[in-house]
Design a protein around this ligand. Structure first.
Ligand SMILES: NC(=O)C1=CN([C@@H]2O[C@H](COP(=O)(O)OP(=O)(O)OC[C@H]3O[C@@H](n4cnc5c(N)ncnc54)[C@H](O)[C@@H]3O)[C@@H](O)[C@H]2O)C=CC1
Ligand SMILES: O=C(O)/C=C/C=C(\O)C(=O)O
Length: 503
């Protein structure tokens, strides 16, 4: 079920079930037709759930113009306190319309309803509240400069919005990642053109309406739908009217965006892929570690950039950890999102399943022993039209294998033994990526020591994906450029002007 582009209007194919919804671009507060349309399929059963209007260069141009005009309108003149009040109202409306947002997110991704409620939608509201707080508390950089003649000068830096920010986000946590960028961009007074993933058009469109309902002036947030290269994504990043790009997605897309903005030297903030390691020492609380590893390997069907795909285990406990984790993976329940017993949804699309499945084949070619999963399950009925895949574990691989070096972005990890702390650190750091790592140990000094030596942006000890939204978030190497979160976000979304006054 690859996304399929057609000329407008789309021919209504005869099909069972409810008619697909139509999703349009959202520009200057109004729905806007695109130049073509593409189908969006439900990853749970392969049914067509929406027809999405793809923006062409003209719609992208209109969206950028609407955002530029809004900068000169009431939004550009609004006080920080008023903007913060609106952001808190956005959070309240998200809470109030949570069921609609959950339905949008679940429809597009097939993830369990409980996950959409507890992670995606809850974090969307939290993102707006957090950045309302951060911007309200932000101070100015200022220095009293002493001059050789005994006089002095006052230097202070006023932070101004970047301007029109392009926000380009992926499909794995669509609303969470969109609001993680949108909230600080708005808090600091920017206007925005959003390009959601072609796989997940629904929640961004709904959020655009919510923002207007909460009092964000029209034109401040615009949404254009479509693909990347040769479509809305590329048109947006190449547009001369954008003042910066914030992006989450694949590392190679990050490079393409860098090339697109290079001629005009625009700032970028990138959160890219990962090939994240977990290290389990023999002194760890193994039950706790195994439960944590199951979560970090399988949350959202392994489709979180922070998920663990390499698990290094001290040799003396290797068999216990492998057996325990295999048991946890067998307990996962693949099923419909609304079933409370479901722990694990499908992958996002047949195309992505093909990619993940190709790594399942590669792992065996590279000599892996299968500890769990490894195939495509038969779930019965309409589910067999979906993008399901089995939670999978391998042993018998090492860092020389492509399966252990390349991002798979699915529910799969390789377990590899080690003998010393130095070796564990070296193995974990032996990657071109550098996003996240987890260390499992009962020795607190070792936990700090190892966590600090991980060449990553986020290093957890005895936990995973525990977030404080004020902390820096991002990666090194192929995993990204810059940090967002708390005051780090304020730095990306603003340009300081230093004022120097001789006293
Ligand atoms: N956070 C992460 O680390 C994520 C990693 N991935 C990885 O990336 C692979 C591909 O997934 P995609 O969603 O296709 O990721 P992607 O990086 O291709 O797409 C992310 C967003 O960028 C847009 N985009 C793509 N090419 C562009 C271009 N040249 N210019 C401007 N915008 C562009 C897409 O339309 C989408 O909105 C996955 O199989 C997975 O391995 C996917 C999602 C998140
Ligand atoms: O919690 C967050 O802010 C982000 C989590 C996950 C990603 O960034 C991702 O999967 O890309």
């Amino acid at each position: 079920m690859p996304a399929q582009t057609t000329s407008l209007p789309t021919a209504a194919a005869p099909e069972a079930g409810p008619a697909p919804r139509t999703i349009r671009n959202f520009i200057g507060g109004a729905p806007v037709d695109g130049v073509a349309a593409f189908d969006k399929f439900d990853p749970v059963d392969g049914s067509r759930i929406a027809v999405v209007h793809e923006a062409g260069a003209e719609q992208v141009d209109r969206a950028v113009a609407a955002a530029r005009a809004a900068l000169d309108g009431p939004w550009g003149r609004m006080s920080v306190a008023e903007r913060a009040r609106i952001l808190r109202r956005v959070a309240d409306v998200i809470d109030h319309r949570a069921e609609e947002l959950i339905a949008a997110e679940v429809g597009d991704t097939g993830k369990p309803e409980a996950l959409a409620r507890e992670l995606d939608v809850a974090r969307a509201a939290a993102n707006f509240r957090s950045f309302a707080d951060t911007v309200s508390a932000a101070g100015l950089d200022s220095y009293l400069t002493e001059l050789p003649d005994g006089r002095s000068a006052l230097n202070y830096a006023v932070r101004k919005p970047l301007g029109v920010v392009a926000v380009i986000v992926p499909w794995n946590l669509p609303l969470l990642l969109l609001t993680w960028k949108l909230a600080p961009a708005l808090a600091t007074g920017n206007t925005v053109v959003v390009k959601p993933s072609e796989e997940t058009p629904s929640s961004a469109t709904l959020l655009a309406e919510i923002l207007v309902e909460a009092g964000v002036p029209v034109g401040v947030v615009n949404v254009v739908h479509g693909f990347g290269a040769g479509s809305a994504g590329e048109a947006l990043t190449r547009h001369p009217g954008i003042d910066g790009v914030t992006f989450t997605g694949e590392s190679s897309t990050g490079s393409a965006i860098m090339r697109a903005v290079a001629p005009r030297v625009r700032p970028v903030s990138f959160e890219l892929g990962g090939k994240n390691a977990a290290v389990v020492f023999a002194d760890a609380d193994l039950d706790h570690a195994i439960a944590g590893l199951a979560r970090s390997t399988y949350l959202n069907t392994g489709q979180v950039c922070l998920c663990t795909e390499r698990i290094y285990v001290e040799r003396s406990v290797f068999d216990d950890v492998a057996a325990g984790l295999a048991e946890q993976s067998r307990r996962l329940r693949l099923g419909r999102p609304e079933d409370p017993a479901t722990t694990t949804g499908p992958l996002i699309s047949q195309g992505h399943r093909e990619k993940v499945r190709s790594y399942f084949e590669l792992a065996l070619e590279e000599g892996a022993t299968l500890l769990a999963g490894g195939g495509i399950p038969t779930l019965g009925g309409e589910l067999d039209g979906g993008a399901w895949i089995e939670p999978t574990l391998w042993t018998g691989l090492d860092n020389s294998h492509r399966t252990v070096r390349e991002e798979i972005f699915g529910p799969a990890a390789a377990l590899i033994p080690f003998d010393t702390e130095e070796e564990a650190i070296a193995l974990a750091n032996d990657t071109d990526y550098g996003l996240a790592a987890v260390t499992w140990t009962s020795d607190l000094a070792r936990g700090h020591r190892v966590a600090q030596r991980m060449r990553v942006g986020m290093s957890w000890v005895n936990t995973w994906y525990l977030r404080d939204l004020r902390s820096p978030f991002g990666g090194v190497g192929l995993s990204g450029i810059g940090r967002e979160g708390g005051h780090h976000s304020l730095e990306f979304y603003t340009e300081p002007t230093n004022v120097c006054v001789q006293l």
